[in-house]
Design a protein around this ligand. Structure first.
Ligand code: G3H
Ligand code: 13P
Ligand code: NA
Ligand code: ZN
Length: 328
């Protein structure tokens, strides 16, 4: 059944669990997520990014999610729009039937320029008004996602930002978080604690100075009734990097957010955990490995099957670790 983000996260807060939010772009990801949810009896959040809309088209994405709800009617599904860069984009998603939207006013419409507090609060408030009138939930973001190691914000290669950000911008302050929730009435709040999108998050296994779970605790203590969201929360499994690199790939040494750190954050108010990169890595690794081992095979269903199994395995692992397994 289709449910709103608010309904799911209220339940998650009451029962002390977190829910992974997986990005979907195609049939294989959608089925992999749902097969794992079914096996683990977990509710799911599936989210469509601007890149996904460009790749698959809004209508296909929408129908993929509707098809999943039809095939697995006993699994609660949140259909979420990831990183909406304007109220107009969010409005369109609401019209298409999404049960939740993210208004990301931390960045401008170009998706890379850091914006000030007043802009962010004003576009987010506008979306909350519109969405709540339709029973749709809203996620906002305060603070700029980026690396505390390099000071770079934005995209995975560090090219996203207009410049280098200081420590203050890369860590959401409890004061701003509290004010932002008061000013906007968002259902869930994404915070910056040192994570970034993509595979290149940390040059070494992260310690507290570059991944601040302490900041999660501070913010949660200040706004205990707000559901917190962690973006850039792929763990970047070393075993999949190895499979990719052993089968013709070339990905440099890099580290993600350890699952144990996410589990710790879930104890302190994090309810939605965004994961995209991990499924990309598992899918690519499985396909590279399958093709290397089966050089004469040319039926795409064979290697897509391997990709689905690999992605599904990651999903099951996260449902179990975050405690959403058994909660459907
Ligand atoms: O927000 C980042 C997600 O990983 C989606 O990325 O726009 O390339 O689909 P994308
Ligand atoms: P990852 O790149 O760590 O998977 O993060 C995805 C994300 O935050 C999508 O909004
Ligand atoms: Na989102
Ligand atoms: Zn994100």
């Amino acid at each position: 059944a289709l449910i709103s983000l608010r309904q799911l996260l209220d339940h998650a807060a009451e029962h002390n669990y977190g829910v992974p939010a997986f990005n979907v772009n195609n049939l294989e990801q959608m089925r992999a997520i749902m097969m794992a949810a079914d096996a683990c009896d977990s509710p799911v959040i599936v989210q469509a990014s601007a890149g996904a809309r460009k790749y698959a088209g809004s209508a296909f994405l929408r129908h993929l999610i509707i098809a999943a709800i039809e095939e697995w009617p006993h699994i609660p599904v949140v259909m979420h729009q990831d990183h909406g860069m304007s109220p107009a984009i969010c409005q369109r998603s609401i019209q298409l039937g999404f049960s939740s939207v993210m208004m990301d006013g931390s960045l401008g419409e170009d998706g890379k320029t850091p914006m000030d507090y007043d802009y962010n609060a004003s576009v987010t408030r506008e979306v909350v008004k519109l969405a709540h009138a339709c029973g749709v939930s809203v996620e906002g973001e305060i603070g700029c996602l980026g690396s505390l190691e390099t000071g770079m914000a934005g995209e995975e290669d560090g090219s996203g930002a207009e410049g280098v950000l200081d420590h203050e911008q890369l860590l959401t302050s409890a004061d701003e978080a509290e004010q932002f929730v008061k000013d906007t009435n968002v259902d869930a709040l994404a915070i910056a604690i040192g994570t970034s999108h993509g595979a290149y998050k940390f040059t070494r296994p992260p310690t507290g100075d570059i991944l601040s779970i302490e900041r999660v605790k501070e913010i949660h203590a200040r706004i205990p009734n707000t559901h917190l969201v962690m973006h850039g929360s792929s763990s970047v499994p070393q075993e999949w990097l190895k499979v990719i690199n052993e089968n013709g790939g070339d990905i440099g040494e890099t580290y993600g957010v350890p699952v144990e750190q996410i589990v710790e954050a879930i104890k302190h108010g994090v309810r939605k955990v965004n994961i995209d990169t991990d499924l990309r890595l598992a899918s690519t690794g499985a396909i590279r490995e399958y093709l290397a081992n089966n050089p004469s095979e040319f039926d795409p269903r064979k290697y897509f099957k391997a990709s689905m199994v690999a992605m599904s395995d990651i999903c099951s692992n996260r449902f179990e670790a975050f405690g959403s397994a058994g909660q459907a």
